[in-house]
Structure formats: structure tokens, C-alpha cells
Design a binder for this molecule. Structure first.
Ligand code: MF3
Ligand code: CO
Ligand code: CO
Length: 317
């Protein structure tokens, strides 16, 4: 029953007026000062986006207010770029030593010492209680593997995730290395994961959405017979380790936050050869595939530019 037919039955004038006002409000889609804010914050409109500046003229305040996203200044981007250079120099050092026979602790020591020697701080150390300076995740370990006495074997795939703080700026990148000779399965998974990151990056430009990135990654990965982990996502990065927005590696085209110039975030898809399901070990960190199938991951930190993106932790894809 529509509003109009109801008003006819009501004779009380006061009630009638109220309903007419309501129907007018519906027509114009006007939000009242005391209505819940349409941004979903749960606050009254007047306490939230009513005061929001025009998104066309002050996008920075608008994104901070609406999404909690800090759009970076050119100086901040330069800081993150320098931090990213150190992250990738550290990866080059890791690449030199990674081979069957070394322990994951040796990778940790290298990352820790190389970072400090170059004026940086390893971001993982003591982050929410994380005990080491880098994450090293072998084979069925999806992410957040804690370095220790485990010895890398011939044929292992080893995801090394390095995050560095340099002059207060964070950059974050991971890479799945082959130790010795990989199996055909491992080659297929790692190739597809790298390609999935590439597909995600390719859609990044102002006007695209976070959902476009997720769609590009998920549709490619699933076509190749790999699954996409849901529990861990990319993230805003730069001033803090993990900032809004969350960057899902699955999703629907056109959904989610629209990308704007000078946003900085990571894309870091985790692909499994088997099912997507995750298990967390008793250490509270190590995430493994429930079916113990192989898992790979690649991650870069990027900034959205006028025409696309720039990687702040670049490596060949
Ligand atoms: N570097 C990971 C990421 O890509 C986060 C690791 S958190 C840690 O977001 F505490 F395990 F280091
Ligand atoms: Co990350
Ligand atoms: Co990372």
C-alpha cells in the first residue's frame, strides 16, 4: 500500500500533514538532520556527513571523514617511496641467501640486521605481540609464519613478507621464492599468484573501485583452478602499518571505495592450490591451508596516480 492511499483514510489533520511530509521526503530523498547517516556510521546525519565538505573540492577531508582513509601528501609519498626502496633492497639480500639448508631464523636475522643498518625499523617486531622481524611462510603456510629453527628443503616455496619503517613511513612487500627445484604444482601456483597481483594492479586508476581490484584477482585465480584466501586482505599503508581501506582480493566490479589519486595501499593476494579455507596454529599467528595444500603470496605497496598507479615496492611481474 502506497503512502498516498493511506493519507486518504486519515481524517486527523495533524497526522495527515505528517504523512504528507514523509511522502515529500521520500520523493526528494532528503536526509533529516537526525536521521541515521547514510554512510553507515550509526551516528546521526548532523553529527556525521552533514558537515562533510564537498567531495569535489576537498577530497582529502571527505575520504578521511567518510572512510577513515588518509590520502597522502607528496612529501608523505616520498617518505613511503624511500621506505619501499629499503624494503626491496632487503628482498635482494634475502634472495641471495635463500636456498635449501638455511633456517627461517637466518632470514629473520638478515632482515633485522640489514634494516637497522640502513636506518630502518622492522615493522613486524612487537607489532600486536608478533615476536620476530619478518614473516616467513613455507608451502602450506599462507602467511604470518614465525621464523624459527625450521630448515628450508629442496622444492619449498617460501613467502617472505618484509615491512619497514623508515623515518616514520611504512612500506610492505612480499615475494614467494623457490628454494631449489620446484614441483610443477608449485610453479603453477606461484606463477598464477604473481599474475593475479599483476591483474589486480592493472585496474588501479582514479575512478576504479576496490571491488574492481578484487574482481580482477578472483576471476583470474579461479579460472586457473586456484582459490583465493578471504581472511587476510590488502590495506592502506604509509603512516601506519595497517590503515583503511581493506583491499579484498575477491569481489564485485564497481563495488567498494572509489580510488582517488594519492591513496596508498597494498595488494597482496594469497592463492591456494586447494580450497580457500584457513586454520590458525596455536601460536596465534601462523595461518595454514585447512587442506594442507600449497599457498603462495605476492604483495606490493602502491600509490594511485593521475593515470594509474606507481609501485613503491616494485619488482617484475
Ligand atoms: N606484512 C603483513 C601484511 O602484509 C602483516 C604482518 S603482521 C605481523 O599486512 F605482525 F605478522 F608482522
Ligand atoms: Co600488507
Ligand atoms: Co606484508
Amino acid at each position: 500500500m502506497g503512502i498516498f492511499s493511506r493519507t486518504k483514510k486519515i481524517t486527523d489533520n495533524k497526522k495527515k500533514r505528517k504523512i504528507l511530509v514523509l511522502s515529500k521526503k521520500e520523493d526528494n530523498r532528503k536526509i533529516g538532520r537526525n536521521d541515521p547517516c547514510p554512510c553507515g556510521s550509526g551516528l546521526k546525519y548532523k553529527k556525521c556527513c552533514m558537515k562533510t565538505v564537498n567531495p569535489k573540492t576537498d577530497i582529502k577531508s571527505y575520504y578521511l571523514k567518510k572512510y577513515g582513509i588518509r590520502i597522502k601528501t607528496p612529501e608523505e609519498i616520498e617518505g613511503i617511496r624511500k621506505s619501499g626502496i629499503l624494503v626491496m633492497e632487503t628482498h635482494k639480500e634475502v634472495e641471495k641467501i635463500i636456498r635449501p639448508g638455511i633456517t627461517t631464523d637466518e632470514i629473520n636475522t638478515l632482515v633485522h640486521e640489514f634494516t637497522l643498518k640502513n636506518g630502518g625499523i622492522p615493522a613486524p617486531l612487537n607489532y600486536r605481540g608478533y615476536p620476530k622481524s619478518v614473516c616467513v611462510s613455507i608451502n602450506e603456510v599462507i602467511c604470518h609464519g614465525i621464523p624459527g629453527p625450521r630448515v628450508i628443503k629442496d622444492g619449498d616455496i617460501v613467502n617472505v613478507d618484509i615491512t619497514t619503517i623508515l623515518n616514520g613511513f611504512y612500506a610492505d612487500a612480499n615475494y614467494t621464492y623457490f628454494a631449489g627445484t620446484p614441483s610443477e604444482d608449485a610453479k603453477k601456483l606461484v606463477f598464477n599468484c604473481r599474475e593475479a597481483l599483476k591483474r589486480g594492479l592493472e585496474v588501479v586508476a582514479p575512478g576504479a573501485t576496490i571491488g574492481d581490484i578484487g574482481y580482477a584477482i578472483q576471476s583470474f585465480a579461479e579460472q586457473q583452478g586456484c582459490s583465493v584466501v578471504r581472511e587476510f586482505v590488502g590495506h592502506g599503508v604509509g603512516i601506519e602499518f595497517h590503515e583503511p581501506p581493506q583491499v579484498l582480493h575477491f569481489g564485485r566490479r564497481g563495488f567498494g571505495v572509489p580510488l582517488v589519486e594519492n591513496m596508498t595501499f597494498t595488494i597482496e593476494p594469497m592463492l591456494n592450490l586447494g580450497k580457500k579455507d584457513v586454520e590458525i596454529l596455536d601460536d596465534g599467528w601462523t595461518a595454514i591451508t585447512r587442506d594442507r595444500s600449497l599457498s603462495a603470496q605476492f604483495e606490493q605497496t602502491i600509490v594511485v596516480t593521475e593515470n594509474g598507479y606507481e609501485s613503491l615496492t616494485p619488482f617484475d611481474l
